[in-house]
Every structure is written in structure tokens, then in C-alpha cells.
Design a protein around this ligand. Structure first.
Ligand SMILES: [Mg+2]
Length: 290
């Protein structure tokens, strides 16, 4: 119900007093496995003995001494050198406390504090440490290569030519790392910092201003992206829950990507060129079926 009530008018500029007022069409994209083709948080995550279970495929090198992360941009990153020593110590204590083999009530808070202070941006840190070649590697591993980046850029232009504003990036990941990746890939012109909102501002530090604990993506869209209730916002996301929250709350429309391989530019074009009436009808149908 709320969904229908918030949708505004499909008609455009020359509205009469009987017509609903002007509204904007705003495009919002998730980052991990939507704008990116791999989960960047996993790409940058180090393997250690406690993550073996969590990530499933961490493995020891041939000498059996180091854990290697299969998704690492550079598989030579070793867990013991991918963090400064004091942060690594705090992480070890945190992992021990998490696994119930030690008593450490403050370990998680201390780890978050040290991460935020010493490694606020793991991508930038690992580049500085020489684990990455730089922009070309980021384009390849995070954004799926030059061709996809070119096609994404074209799809965004098509969206703009069909009246879509943005695009915004809305992520439950780390804002600093997303901005670093976008800048290294040369995508910060279409995704500038002021249109990137993430749940964490840096590693270990939650964005309590725009994204307090318990906030859903649709809440952020309502409070920080839509300027008027009648604005239309379309969220593209690989997380079904975010899409469902949009449709059920009536705050936004949503497209779910189910293959977790990143947004295909042709998929984006398919939705943004659709007449607004048809898109609304499609979204109402999906919302009713949830
Ligand atoms: Mg995602």
C-alpha cells in the first residue's frame, strides 16, 4: 500500500493543479558485487587461522606457514604482514575472544579503534605496502576490466539522458575504501565522494550521522537521497533484503541482481530506458508478489 502511495506521478513537466507535483528520478547503486564484480571487503580481507572457517577457502602455502586468501587481489599477501603489528595483535585478541577461548570484553572495541586509527582504508594501506600495481589492477579485479568500465560509463550516460539523476553509491561497506577504488579506476567523476554513502566511514568506524546502527538502505534513501517524498529512487543491489526493504516500505523501487557477479551495463540500460509508467507497473507487480 505504502508502495503505491509514494510513487508520485508518471507525468512530467506540464502538470495542472490536479496532477501530482514534479518529482525526480534518482538512481542508486550498491557497491560490492553490483558496481564491483568482486566483494571488495573479501578481496582486502586477510586470512588467518580464524578466518579459515569463515571464508571457507583460505589455505596454507606449500610450506604450510602462511594462510593465503583466494580472493586477494595479490595472493602473496600474508596475514601476518597485511596489518601493522599492533593491529594484528589486537585482531588476534579479538579473534580469540570471539571464539570463546579467551576473556576479553574490550577486544572488539580496541580492534575497531586501532583499525580506524592505523588502517582506516585497507585498500590504500595495502597499495602503499606494495601489494597492488595500482589503478589497472583495481579496474581488473574490482571493476571487471576496461571494457566493463567503459560500458558502465555509457549506461550511466544513457540513464542521465532518460532523466535519471545521480548515480548515488549506497553500501554497507567502507566509504574510504570505496572512494579509493573509484578514484584509482578513474570513476570518481561519475561517482564523486559527495554521492557515496556507506555504513562505515573507515574500517572500524560507523557512519553514525548518515547511517546509525539498525538503519536500512531504504531509510538512508528516504533521509539522505530523496529530497521530496514523491521523488522516485531506483536501488540496484545484489542483496535481496535491501531490495525487499525498498519495495515493502514504498520508499524506493528495487532491482535485485542474483548472480553476484556485478551489474551488467546492459541490465542497467534495460531498466533506465523503460517508460516510467511501465517501470512503476513492474515494481508494483514485484512488490505485490513479495
Ligand atoms: Mg552488494
Amino acid at each position: 500500500m505504502g508502495f503505491l502511495m509514494h510513487m508520485g506521478s508518471p507525468r512530467g513537466r506540464a502538470h495542472t493543479p490536479d496532477d501530482p507535483p514534479e518529482h525526480k528520478k534518482i538512481l542508486v547503486l550498491d557497491f560490492d558485487e553490483t558496481l564491483s564484480v568482486n566483494h571488495m571487503y573479501s578481496l582486502l580481507t586477510w586470512c588467518d587461522e580464524f578466518n579459515v572457517g569463515a571464508y571457507g577457502a583460505c589455505h596454507k602455502d606449500k610450506d604450510g606457514e602462511h594462510m593465503l586468501h583466494p580472493y586477494s587481489i595479490n595472493p602473496a599477501i600474508r596475514y601476518s604482514v597485511s596489518l601493522p603489528p599492533e593491529v594484528f595483535e589486537a585482531k588476534t585478541a579479538y579473534d580469540l575472544s570471539e571464539h570463546g577461548s579467551d576473556e576479553c570484553a574490550h577486544c572488539a572495541a580496541e580492534y575497531d579503534r586501532l583499525m580506524s586509527e592505523k588502517v582506516p582504508d585497507v585498500l590504500a594501506y595495502q597499495i602503499k605496502q606494495g601489494y597492488f600495481k595500482g589503478g589497472s589492477e583495481v579496474i581488473e579485479k574490482i571493476f571487471g576490466g576496461d571494457e566493463r568500465v567503459r560500458e558502465l560509463r555509457k549506461a550511466i550516460e544513457v540513464a542521465e539522458s532518460h532523466g535519471w539523476e545521480g548515480p548515488w553509491v549506497l553500501s554497507k561497506g567502507v566509504q574510504a575504501e570505496i572512494n579509493t577504488a573509484l578514484e584509482l579506476a578513474g570513476l570518481d567523476d561519475i561517482f564523486p565522494r559527495e554521492r557515496v554513502i556507506a555504513a562505515l566511514t573507515t574500517r572500524g568506524k560507523r557512519n553514525e550521522v548518515l547511517w546509525p546502527s539498525g538503519t536500512r538502505k531504504c531509510d538512508v534513501i528516504q533521509q539522505n537521497i530523496k529530497t521530496k517524498a514523491q521523488d522516485v529512487a531506483l536501488l540496484v543491489d545484489d542483496d535481496a533484503e535491501n531490495v525487499r526493504d525498498c519495495l515493502q516500505s514504498g520508499i524506493c523501487w528495487g532491482v535485485e541482481l542474483s548472480d553476484h557477479e556485478g551489474l551488467k551495463p546492459s541490465t542497467l540500460e534495460y531498466f533506465v530506458v523503460m517508460a516510467e509508467d511501465s517501470l512503476r507497473e513492474l515494481m508494483v507487480g514485484i512488490a505485490n508478489g513479495i
